[in-house]
Design a protein around this ligand. Structure first.
Ligand code: FES
Length: 640
């Protein structure tokens, strides 16, 4: 009789009351407190998946008459003082009668802080994928319930409703159930679909992956769906780069070259597969334990990843194939994880403002703040948002890759040897610089080039149009092949044996990129009718922001003139948002709402864009009165 009770058969029901939530539930005798909590929707930490190893599912039960006695694991993991005080492990305590359970704060899931890459946001850990362990009664001549209905009934007892199952999994179900001796772990997606049925040890874990497909870079986080912990982070260049650095070249290749779309799709999927393999190797887990993958990317990257033609994104009226989120089986895309795993692609907004932008907004939380915020995700294509909980407007600006160090004579990515910080002495124009990893300089990365332009302007070496003042007498300023250049590092200091210089042409590249972003900000601020003094926060997302000196960003006029303490660098919020959707069904729902709610402004069609763009081509801006901080500094320097 005891064995049958452990199997969860109906030999009596008991009421379990969870405090402090005050949730009551009636369950079969034989279930554990952890099972009962899951049915009741009460979150209890269970880092080891209920195997009695981690000791994280701690609960306090004052009156234990309705519970099994402490198991060997509880005796091993809990001190005798704790056992005496009523502490138990929820996964080890079997319900045998009515019981009231108190969940101490450290065991509650809803209050766990999940680090969203540079930002800390609170959200309930409630992934779309979860595992449920069930022990089924064996069929007999007296009980000929078919296999699926047997499983379905057991899940129904756990409070689940109508459940679907894939055809090929149904084909394998009889073998799996019998080989597992009717003791199985069921992996559910959104509590509506059985995606896997496995031998019921729960030992192998339940994992997910979040992927950010950037125009230049791919980032993947491997995540434990039970604890929310990130187990491995992997990055790689987007291999599509060989078909063009910018979105338009990729779209053209996909649209007009025979087999172009399929080739680009295959490239990105192969790259994601190799990131998955590396991450799994590092974390020591098997690929087929990844049951969900969430994906973000701008609209063009999103379309190519899904094999949708991006052709119409590049021609007016710039219409996407789909705005809402897309769920597709991993095997349909060739993603090498568990074959029936779901791939959830976050929704888009419009134009090139895609799923990555929705993730940015989700991760920064600007949508729930009363305060007005500006959010800029700087990349090959930059997205800008202005708004608060009432209304958010967005746009996309083709800033070009200058801020990633590309298209500049000595430009490079932010890797070892890149000059990332520059200071110029206004008296003798001597240069101080810092390189990544302190290595000998090889070139200048994005943050370095912003510093360079800001310092050249601050020291009066260039005018407001970015032209060198040739009358200045310094050996660092020279003419080479008809181009005027300023030497940032002399050849005997560099790893290349060549002088590292910044030319007028480089400065123009930076001005074009900054003007595109600044004009986008100006148009959106007008749309939202806000002035500089209304801005409470300015978030700069993207890896470029990590090393950027905010003062330099202000000096070149990349951002509006607001106090520097209102500026935050928030890192890769696109991957943070993708991860939030992997770990929380609620965040997924909010992402859907944001994609409908955020207004999109098509800059090319906006009457003010050209004018704002031309104004922003000046340092810091044609309208100097909008940059009082910078002007005060410059006039002070002139006066000294
Ligand atoms: S869940 Fe790990 S010990 Fe209970």
């Amino acid at each position: 009789m005891h064995t049958l009770a452990m199997m969860g058969n109906s030999f009596g029901k008991a009421t379990v009351c969870f405090e402090p939530q005050g949730k009551k539930i009636e369950v079969e005798h034989g279930l554990t407190l952890l099972d009962a909590a899951r049915i009741a929707g009460v979150g209890i930490r269970s880092d080891c998946g209920g195997r009695g190893i981690c000791g994280k599912c701690l609960v306090v039960v004052k009156d234990q008459k309705g519970l099994s006695p402490p198991s060997d694991n509880e005796v091993r993991l809990l001190s005798s003082a704790r056992l005496k005080a009523g502490y138990r492990l929820a996964c080890q305590s079997v319900v045998e009668g009515d019981v009231t359970v108190f969940i101490p704060p450290e065991s509650r899931l809803e209050a766990r802080r999940i680090l969203a890459e540079g930002l800390s946001r609170w959200f309930e850990l409630d992934p779309a994928v979860r595992s449920v362990r069930v022990v089924l009664a064996k069929p007999s001549l007296l009980d000929t319930t078919p296999d699926f209905e047997r499983l379905f009934n057991a899940l129904k007892e756990r409070g689940l409703g109508e459940i679907k199952i894939e055809h090929e999994l149904m084909q394998r179900l009889p073998t799996i159930l019998r080989e597992a001796n009717w003791n199985v772990e069921v992996i559910l997606w959104m509590d509506e679909e059985v995606i896997a049925v496995e031998r019921g040890s729960g030992e192998r874990g339940v994992y997910g992956a979040a992927v950010d497909i950037g125009t230049s870079k791919l980032v993947l986080h491997l995540v434990d769906l039970r604890s929310g912990e990130t187990l491995s982070v992997k990055m790689a260049e987007n291999p599509q780069l060989v078909y063009g650095e910018d979105i338009i070249s990729r779209i053209n290749y996909a649209a007009f070259e025979e087999g172009g779309l399929a080739r680009l799709q295959r490239l990105v999927i192969e790259a994601i597969n190799s990131l998955i393999e590396d991450a799994c190797r590092e974390a020591g887990i098997e690929r087929d334990r990844i049951y969900e993958v969430t994906v973000v990317g701008n609209t063009a990257m999103h379309h190519i990843f899904l094999g949708y033609s991006p052709k119409q994104l590049a021609v007016a009226p710039y219409v996407a194939v789909v705005r809402r989120s897309v769920s597709v089986k991993a095997r349909q895309l060739g993603i090498k994880v568990y074959e029936l795993a779901n791939v959830f692609v976050l929704p888009n907004i419009a134009g090139f403002v895609g799923a990555d932008a929705v993730a940015d907004v989700l991760a920064t939380g600007i949508y729930e703040s009363d305060n007005m915020s500006i959010l800029i995700d700087v990349g090959t294509n930059s997205e800008v948002f202005v708004g608060n909980r009432e209304d958010i407007v967005s746009c996309s600006t083709p800033a070009g890759p200058a801020f990633e160090g590309m298209h500049l004579e000595h430009g490079m990515k932010a890797v070892t040897g890149a000059i990332e910080k520059i200071k110029i002495d206004p008296e003798d124009f001597e240069v101080e610089y810092e390189t990544i990893d302190g290595a000998k300089p090889v070139g200048i990365c994005g943050s370095g080039i912003v510093d360079a332009v800001a310092e050249l302007f601050r020291c009066g070496l260039i005018d407001e149009r970015g032209h060198f003042k040739k009358s200045l007498n310094t050996k660092r300023l020279r003419r080479e092949n008809d181009a005027v250049k300023f030497v940032m590092a002399w050849r005997d200091e560099t790893a290349t044996g060549r002088d590292i210089t910044v030319s007028e042409r480089d400065i123009q590249e930076v001005l074009l990129a900054k003007a595109a972003i600044r004009a986008g900000i100006a148009v959106l601020m007008k749309e939202r009718r806000v002035k500089e003094e209304d801005i409470a926060h300015l978030y700069i997302a993207g890896s470029f922001g990590k090393y950027l000196n905010p003062e330099s960003a202000l000096f070149i006029g990349l951002i509006p003139d607001i106090p520097l303490d209102k500026i935050s660098f928030v890192g890769n919020t696109a991957i943070a948002g993708a991860k939030m959707c992997l770990l929380s069904r609620n965040m997924r729902k909010i992402a859907g709402e944001l994609s409908n709610r955020i207004r999109y402004i098509e800059l090319t069609a906006h009457p003010d864009f050209q004018k704002e763009f031309m104004n922003a081509l000046f340092l810091p801006h044609r309208n100097l009165s909008t940059y009082p901080t910078v002007m005060k500094h410059i006039s002070k320097n002139k006066g000294t």
